[in-house]
Design a protein around this ligand. Structure first.
Ligand SMILES: Cc1cc2nc3c(=O)[nH]c(=O)nc-3n(C[C@H](O)[C@H](O)[C@H](O)COP(=O)(O)OP(=O)(O)OC[C@H]3O[C@@H](n4cnc5c(N)ncnc54)[C@H](O)[C@@H]3O)c2cc1C
Length: 171
């Protein structure tokens, strides 16, 4: 059963343009979290919880790392939360990625923007299974890019694409 829990913010860091990393502590969630799952975070004033992926777990410390980009009202408010404050969280939510990989097999991970954080947790898990990991990451622009150095620890080959998506408003 998914339970509502309090997570204490241990650290908040700005890691790229409009993008923040938070270290959250809750031993139960850290114990259960699997790659591909997310936290459903209650933001004061917002009716619906906002889903944010689990980017990393430290079970010994009982902590979870999340990364989020400010894209609207909820994430803008979340960016004001700081060390020592509590978050009301439902989770871990979702089934997670399949993790049964052939030993010494190869896998290609593709992620763009805020789709990159769950790839880190997945790559870390697959690397512990002796998997050959290749990654293709995409970001809007260089100033929005993050996690490249961290991912390189687990990835054999990595390609980085910068691609701004222009949406024509007259269509
Ligand atoms: C499973 C899952 C995992 C996710 N993991 C992450 C993660 O790890 N990190 C992360 O940063 N994000 C993640 N997201 C995305 C994140 O949940 C959203 O960015 C967040 O919920 C947006 O909430 P908000 O209140 O900030 O923005 P909202 O106010 O909901 O707005 C979001 C976007 O929609 C636009 N918008 C809002 N209302 C309208 C409207 N009426 N008409 C047109 N456009 C509108 C806004 O301009 C904005 O660009 C994930 C989403 C899912 C489903």
């Amino acid at each position: 059963m998914k339970m509502v829990r309090e997570m204490i913010i241990q650290q908040k860091t700005k890691i790229a343009r409009d993008t923040f990393e938070m270290l959250l502590r809750n031993e139960e969630i850290a114990d259960q979290a699997k790659p591909g799952q997310f936290l459903h975070i209650l933001i004061p004033g917002c009716t619906l919880r906002r889903p944010i992926s689990i980017a990393d777990v430290d079970r010994m410390q009982g902590t979870i790392t999340i990364l989020f980009k400010v894209s609207g009202e909820g994430t803008a408010q979340l960016a004001y939360f700081t060390e020592g404050m509590h978050l009301n969280v439902l989770g871990p939510q979702g089934k997670g990625f399949p993790l049964q990989i052939k030993e010494n097999g190869s896998i290609l991970l593709i992620g763009g923007g805020i789709g990159v954080p769950p790839i880190y947790f997945l790559a870390k898990n697959l690397a512990s299974q002796n998997c050959n990991i290749h990654a293709v990451l995409g970001f809007q622009k260089k100033e929005y890019a993050f996690m490249r150095t961290n991912l390189r620890r687990f990835v054999k080959r990595m390609s980085l694409q910068m691609m701004a998506l222009w949406v024509r408003k007259d269509l």
